[in-house]
Write a protein that binds this ligand. Structure first.
Ligand code: FAD
Ligand code: NAP
Ligand code: SF4
Length: 678
């Protein structure tokens, strides 16, 4: 079945009167960090062009500030700056003249990165570095004029449109919400006054760019903020923005400070689109929906039930730039699906010191640097270990033309991802395994399961290159009683190979300790798979939509009856090493379930009475039935050492190379780079 037959809504064009979008899938805005990097615009040009070739209908760039005071990155306020943007617009239109590209105008307001930052009132955001300057009347007029100037410059640089962001805690949204707008003049007080600024911006932008230019306004359709926008205010704003000249309204579900996850992997797919659907019925212009739409069938379902006219997929375009083309060609099973981990995208953005990329696709934002060029002289390559490192290496090497044989001691591919996918909230990880299973077929990789490889086997088969990706061994601390019947290694706990009691101590609070605590403290279905459970756990009322969607709603933890202590030796608060943009949600989940977090623990012994410790120097017995060990890992190098002794050269990647601070991001990155070179 062709893509157009299978996804009829997604592949129908959208006529905007003066221009037509070729399909209903757009690449949403993401700040990549390339905007400020050396040679950044040339790299951005190739990054966007690759997505244009990949079939997307419209692209929204990362946020560009209209002036110095609104920025945390690049700005566009001069002709010289507009000239740089031509690299991007030319590359995209050359890649496919039918693809539209719009520049997002992002005035960060109180979240801007300098002391010059401005806002309707001097209210400091919890996550900001500076208290903003309160704008006076002249200052407000300057900001509006700067938006209009920026839009006109974007048009002169060859963009097909602009998207104005009016959500997330940036300037325009801080005018809208009463808790950040304390003004008593015509820009504050009543909602009519509070929405004057965004409306004026849209009106002046439209006047500056003329009629035949796309103007999108991004609205917070549910901002997840106590005391945030009420539903009637959202509808009123949408209608006023439309009347002021926006051609498209994009719905956003975000306020950066809000304590509700909206795009992490524990969020169900497309859970927020119902809100867009309600707003759409009150508006005349097309609307865009977003958040956790990561596969074409999800997009199609959203469009088919009338929730939106267009679907925004942002991170999925990092994970697989060819997503739309693969869907169009009936090859959706070849899509490398975004697992919403945030590890190489948003964690990098908010970490501040690494450009954005993707855990699954290290080429993302490195299109000019990392090439998977076809090989002139194919080699026979053995890859031992079908975890993320071995799978990534095998796929890239085989895609380049090498003849690859992939071995694993187990019956299935995946390595530790087969454990990760069993954790509630990490169900998406199974998509990665589906993708690699398909890559094995597409690239004719010889797959040899149930084969524990040793040096003799490799010698007999005589490969040109050997890649050892044998992963790790869990660490078992040397502790009296570590062999006691109540001690369970994390692998057994996750696979359900041993019973887990009612009172449980988890030794080790790294990523795996947190995951195990989530698994054993969970009661009922995973919130990631059930919208109602998710809404209950995070206190969202989709039905009545109180202010912000959350005001006055008490989160209800999906709490099991077990008593769980999660512990570490370090004196710090637990969870410091978790992802920057997701760690807080994991910590909050466990805290709401009553999991006890204990730091500064010295483990002494395990016996029938339980786990004997000293906590911050004081003796303490945890009277538990089960001790689950999540105490880190060491490299599994038996095969590599054997090969070294036999004088057989081999490459070492993933956990087998280095287990400390290993994650799939590093494993796949290292494997992909080696496969590009071999
Ligand atoms: P592994 O995944 O360990 O794979 C090694 C493979 O080699 C295994 O399949 C093994 O059977 C095979 N093997 C070993 N010896 C031989 C032999 N002699 N012959 C044949 N085959 C052999 N990482 C993240 O980035 N994000 C996460 O959210 C995340 N969550 C996780 C949750 C859990 C519960 C767990 C356990 C891990 C998680 N990780 C996560 C870590 C991630 O899974 C690992 O970093 C990654 O799997 C390491 O990949 P690898 O290929 O080096 O090793
Ligand atoms: P980890 O993050 O290194 O944590 C190991 C834990 O064990 C720490 O709490 C450590 O803290 C403790 N520990 C270390 N040596 C010990 C010893 N000898 N005795 C007792 N405790 C000891 O490793 P992990 O949890 O096994 O995770 C493995 C990798 O998978 C991690 O690097 C992680 O990045 C990745 N992962 C990521 C995620 C994610 O969501 N991003 C989720 C799961 C796993 P103390 O030394 O203070 O006790
Ligand atoms: Fe998606 Fe994770 Fe890649 Fe970000 S790093 S694009 S969340 S798979």
């Amino acid at each position: 079945m062709s893509g157009a037959e299978r996804y009829p809504h997604a592949f129908s064009p959208l006529d905007l009167g003066f221009t037509t979008l070729k399909n209903r899938i757009l690449m949403g805005s993401m700040h990549t960090g390339l905007e400020e990097a050396e040679n950044g615009f040339a790299r951005l040009a190739e990054y966007f062009a690759e997505r244009a070739r990949g079939g997307v209908g419209m692209i929204i760039t990362g946020g560009i500030s209209p002036n110095i005071e609104g920025g945390f990155g690049s700005k566009l306020s001069t002709l010289a700056e507009a000239e740089q943007h031509r690299l991007i617009t030319r590359a995209v239109h050359a890649a496919d003249p039918e693809v539209k590209i719009c520049m997002q105008i992002l005035h960060a307001g109180p979240l801007a990165g300098s002391e010059l930052c401005v806002a309707p009132s001097a209210v400091k955001s919890r996550i900001a570095r500076f208290t903003p300057h309160e704008l006076d009347e002249a200052g407000i007029e300057k900001q509006i004029a700067d938006f209009a100037n920026c839009a006109a410059l974007a048009r002169s640089a060859g963009y097909d449109g602009v998207e104005i962001i009016g959500s997330a805690g940036y300037l325009l949204s801080t005018f809208l919400v009463a808790r950040t707008n304390l003004r008593t003049d015509r820009w504050g007080g009543s909602f009519e006054n509070r929405m004057r600024m965004p409306i004026e911006v849209v009106r002046r932008v439209r006047a500056a760019v003329g009629e035949r230019f796309i103007v999108i306004f991004r609205i917070a359709a549910m901002d997840m903020l106590e005391g945030g926008l009420a539903w009637d205010e959202i509808v009123c704003l949408g209608q006023a923005v439309e009347a002021a000249g926006a051609n498209i309204i994009s719905t956003h579900f975000c306020w950066h400070e809000a304590p509700v996850p909206t795009i992490a992997t524990m969020v169900p797919r497309a859970v927020f689109t119902q809100v867009t659907g309600r707003l759409r019925r009150a508006l005349g212009v097309p609307v865009i929906t977003s958040n956790r739409i990561n596969m074409p069938d999800v997009a199609e379902a959203v469009l088919a039930r009338g929730d939106a006219d267009l679907v925004s997929m942002a991170r999925p375009m990092l994970a697989d730039p060819e997503l739309v083309r693969k869907a169009a060609q009936g090859r959706a099973d070849e899509i490398n699906t975004c697992i919403a981990c945030n590890q190489a995208c948003l964690d990098h953005t908010f970490g501040g010191n690494q450009p954005v990329s993707c855990l699954l696709n290290p080429r993302a934002c490195n299109e000019t640097l990392l090439h998977y060029a076809p090989v002139a002289a194919p080699k026979r390559i053995a890859v031992v270990g079908a975890g993320p490192a071995g799978l990534a290496f095998a796929s890239v090497a085989a895609q380049r033309g090498h003849r690859v044989t992939l071995f694993d001691a187990g019956a299935e591919i995946g390595g530790q991802f087969n454990l990760a996918r069993r954790i509630p909230g990490k169900e998406e990880f199974r998509e990665t395994l589906r993708y690699y299973r398909r890559m094995i077929e597409v690239h004719a990789i010889a797959w040899r399961p149930n084969t524990r490889v040793d040096a003799a086997l490799l010698k007999v088969e005589g490969f040109d290159e050997v890649v050892v990706a044998t992963g790790i061994e869990p660490r078992l601390p040397a502790l009296p009683g570590i062999k006691h019947a109540k001690v369970v290694p994390y692998i057994d706990a996750i696979l359900g190979l041993q019973p887990i009691g009612r009172r449980v101590a988890i030794m080790g609070a790294g990523g795996i300790g947190f995951d195990v605590a989530t698994l054993i403290s969970q009661d009922g279905p995973s919130g990631a798979l059930d919208a109602e459970v998710f809404a209950r756990e995070w206190g969202i009322d989709f039905k009545h939509h109180p202010r912000g969607g959350v005001t006055g709603v008490v989160p209800q933890a999906a709490r099991a009856e077990r008593t769980v202590w999660l512990m570490q030796r370090k004196a710090d608060a637990l969870g410091r090493t978790l992802g920057r943009t997701t760690g807080w949600a994991h910590r909050m989940t466990l805290a709401r379930r009553g999991v006890h977090m204990v730091s500064g623990v010295e483990y002494l012994k395990i016996d029938d009475a339980g786990l004997h410790t000293r906590v911050n120097g004081e003796p303490r017995l945890f009277e538990v039935d089960t001790v689950i060990v999540c105490a880190g890992q060491t490299p599994l190098r038996t095969l590599y050492d054997e090969l070294q002794s036999a004088g057989l050269p081999a490459h070492l990647i993933g956990g087998a190379f280095e287990a400390a601070e290993l994650d799939a991001k590093r494993a796949i990155y290292q494997a992909s780079h080696l496969a590009a070179e071999v």
